[in-house]
Design a protein around this ligand. Structure first.
Ligand code: NAP
Length: 211
């Protein structure tokens, strides 16, 4: 069975997930950071795109957990752009890097999945399931989240709305990519609204195409 997919991110009150320079901006309240730590512990794996690895150099681990206790880190990186010294390939947790089928790049102690001309997401999810991964927390960025929504693979979407304005028409948003509202988009059902410090957590379940 395909893994359960939960997309989680934080955006500003004007709908941006980072600045126009794509550098990380502190959006989450302390309460939201605590929630994300608890959330990560519940998932078999945490997934991001290579754009986030290059922009933010995230650990994608839970502080205090050992190599075996941490969720598996997964990076969608069709062309093998993840730097050798990126924190996501350090020895704190197991890592899977997904490349396209023609990429020959390797990394030390990293499990590599090569799939499709430019990553076949359906095939990747099936192969991750075959490795025992039953749930994936997708944390960004906008291009990666868009690809999961576009394929209809998202089971739950949570977004923390922080009390700040970032601005800038080219600043990334939770769902970027080319857009597909003319051929469907995605309608959501709002399941919960919770105040977390001076921000709000929205919880949605996708229900199907807009049109
Ligand atoms: N506020 C938050 O919660 C949050 C969380 C995470 C990230 N961010 C921000 O988001 C920004 C990065 O977002 P981003 O959209 O530029 O990058 P991204 O989504 O992290 O990575 C995009 C890249 O990953 C690869 N990729 C992703 N999905 C793919 C798919 N289905 N098939 C094939 N390749 C796929 C492609 O690599 P190639 O380009 O090599 O083809 C694509 O260009 C940064 O500014 C970061 O700070 C914010």
């Amino acid at each position: 069975m395909r893994p359960f997919i939960h997309v989680n991110c934080a955006m500003s009150a004007d709908g941006k997930i980072a600045g126009t320079d794509r550098r990380q901006v502190s959006i989450s309240s302390d309460e939201d950071k605590t929630r994300v730590k608890t959330l990560r512990k519940k998932y078999d794996s945490i997934l991001v795109g290579v754009g986030t690895v290059i922009a933010d150099d995230p650990h994608l681990t839970v502080k205090g957990l050992s190599y075996d206790e941490n969720p598996i880190r997964i990076v969608l990186d069709p062309n093998g752009r993840t730097p050798d010294n990126a924190l996501v390939v350090n020895s704190s947790a197991p890592t899977v890097i997904v490349t396209n089928k023609d990429c020959t790049r390797t990394w030390n102690d990293v499990n590599i999945i090569r799939s499709g001309k430019n990553i076949d997401l359906s095939d990747v999810l099936d192969r991750l399931a075959a490795q025992g991964i039953e749930s994936i927390l997708v944390e960004g960025g906008g291009e990666t989240i868009a690809s999961f929504f576009r394929e209809g693979f998202v089971d739950r979407y949570t977004v923390f709305v922080g009390s700040l304005i970032i601005g800038g028409r080219s600043a990334p948003t939770p769902v970027d990519g080319k857009g597909w509202v003319d051929t469907g988009g995605m309608r959501l059902s709002l399941k919960d609204v919770t105040m977390l410090g001076d921000g709000v957590l929205l919880t949605y379940v996708p229900t199907g195409p807009v049109q």
